[in-house]
Design a protein around this ligand. Structure first.
Ligand SMILES: Cc1cc2nc3c(=O)[nH]c(=O)nc-3n(C[C@H](O)[C@H](O)[C@H](O)COP(=O)(O)OP(=O)(O)OC[C@H]3O[C@@H](n4cnc5c(N)ncnc54)[C@H](O)[C@@H]3O)c2cc1C
Length: 411
């Protein structure tokens, strides 16, 4: 079978790898001049298997009024929301109920643990250099109420294969001494021992090199997809600015832009772009060894090789591509405060924005499109697409190979 994959981000390329492993012929199309130039380029780098919590939750609901009026510096929403954003927002609110949050958390955690195994298989079989580190992750918590809430959440997750511990401030500093240099604004936190980190852009580049060893792999970069052409039950072609492209089946992996390509297919994908930012600076001696998430400021700090990556901010502002300097300054200020010696903050290597492809439940859409026999979706991985990529790719490949058992396990 010849499969056309639309999108060369971490989701598209891991899908290509999983399909090639099953003996399929694969062609990947992307408009960028390189792979992983969208959200997979400058993300936080965290392989956050234990902490793939959905965004929609009762806690977020409580803080929503403050966020909407602009009281949370890490969040922004456009003043005149589109109909699409209002529809998406209503579904998001439904997912803020505690039962939905618990269900979504469990599903995401199971997929994340499965993804960890799939990534480890790749790492063990091939010697890929993407600054991969088994460094654990710390989530800083601001109040004792947060700590006791975290204890219950950790117990549940540990039954799914995580190894999380709730620690007080001094135990956390013993584990990660660089935290002693920053402000005394956390009472403790979670330590997720099985979590890891790596550069998703470098990973995709290395995986493509690996795919290129197969004669069954083709990559068409610089190719803008204009439309997916539908027949009655099948997709008949992909219209691009380089001419029409055909295959036996197609996988839609266009990240946050996936719904823009399904408008003419009677397929309303509930994916909305959640804009975020990152800054990359040369690493300093006071950088954390573990990845650190500052939950109050919704910011992550991650060492990637010789660099320190600082990522965060959540904006519901549509497909806005501007990299606003005030947001970059905001991230640098937070990093300077938390890890004064963590990086050379005057030498910015990269300032970046990306769109997290967010569904209302934070669950990705993985499986066949109901209306078309030869169209499959692998999109909507939200805040944790790098973490979830390898497992999602295995699921879609199993499905296309005629086995839906693996996917059903995550429903
Ligand atoms: C600030 C920030 C921090 C993040 N931190 C983390 C983290 O620490 N850990 C984690 O697990 N996840 C993180 N994420 C989320 C993660 O980056 C995404 O979920 C993931 O990269 C999505 O991958 P994708 O392949 O679906 O999308 P993308 O990487 O965006 O790929 C989509 C591709 O489709 C192509 N495309 C789109 N439209 C067209 C068209 N018309 N024609 C041709 N090509 C097209 C684009 O060029 C792009 O290459 C973060 C995201 C952001 C923004």
């Amino acid at each position: 079978m010849h499969v056309g994959i639309l999108g060369a981000g971490v989701i598209g390329i891991t899908t290509a790898y999983s399909l090639l492993r099953r003996g399929m012929r694969v062609t990947v199309i992307d408009r960028a001049s390189g792979v992983a130039q969208g959200a997979s380029f400058g993300n936080g780098g965290q392989l956050s298997y234990s902490y793939v919590n959905p965004l929609a939750s009762p806690d977020l609901l409580k803080g929503l009024p403050r966020m909407i009026v602009g009281g949370d510096p890490a969040f922004r929403i456009q003043y005149a929301p589109s109909i699409k954003l209002v529809q998406w927002g209503l579904q998001f609110l439904m997912n803020c109920r505690s039962a939905a949050t618990a269900r979504n958390t469990a599903r995401l955690t199971r997929l994340a643990i499965f993804s960890r195994t799939a990534l480890h298989r790749i790492v063990e079989e091939h010697n890929l250099d993407f600054h991969f580190r088994r460094n654990g992750k710390i989530v800083l918590l601001a109040s004792t109420a947060d700590l006791s809430h975290a204890r219950n959440a950790c117990e549940m997750k540990n039954t799914l294969g995580c190894a999380m511990r709730v620690l007080d401030r001094s135990a956390l500093i013993d584990l990660e001494p660089s935290l002693a240099d920053g402000p005394n604004d956390f009472v403790g936190g979670i330590y997720a021992a099985i979590d890891e980190a790596g550069d998703s852009h470098a990973f995709v580049q290395r995986l493509v090199d690996l795919c290129h060893r197969s004669p069954d792999f083709h990559l068409h970069l610089g190719t803008n997809i204009k439309q997916i052409r539908p027949g009655s039950r099948r997709i008949t072609a992909i219209e691009t600015d380089q001419g029409d492209f055909t295959a036996d089946a197609y996988v839609l992996a266009l990240g946050a832009e996936s719904p823009l390509m399904t408008r003419n297919l009677r397929l309303n994908l509930p994916i909305y772009p959640l804009k975020g930012y990152s800054v990359t600076v040369p690493i300093g001696e006071g950088a954390p060894v573990a990845s650190v998430t500052d939950s109050r400021n919704r910011t992550v700090f991650c060492a990637l090789g010789d660099d320190l990556r600082i990522a965060g901010i959540a904006e519901l502002v549509g497909y806005d591509q501007r990299v606003e300097q005030k947001r970059i300054d905001q991230l640098i200020r937070l990093a300077q405060k938390r890890f004064p010696g963590g990086g050379d903050y005057a030498t910015v290597i990269n300032r970046w924005q990306g769109w997290r492809p967010l569904t209302p439940s934070s669950l990705p859409l993985i499986g066949p499109a109901p209306q078309y026999d030869n169209l499959f979706i692998n999109a909507g991985h939200g805040l944790f697409g790098w973490t979830l990529a390898c497992g999602s790719a295995e699921l879609i490949a199993e499905w296309m190979n005629g086995k839906e058992t693996a996917r059903v396990a995550f429903r």
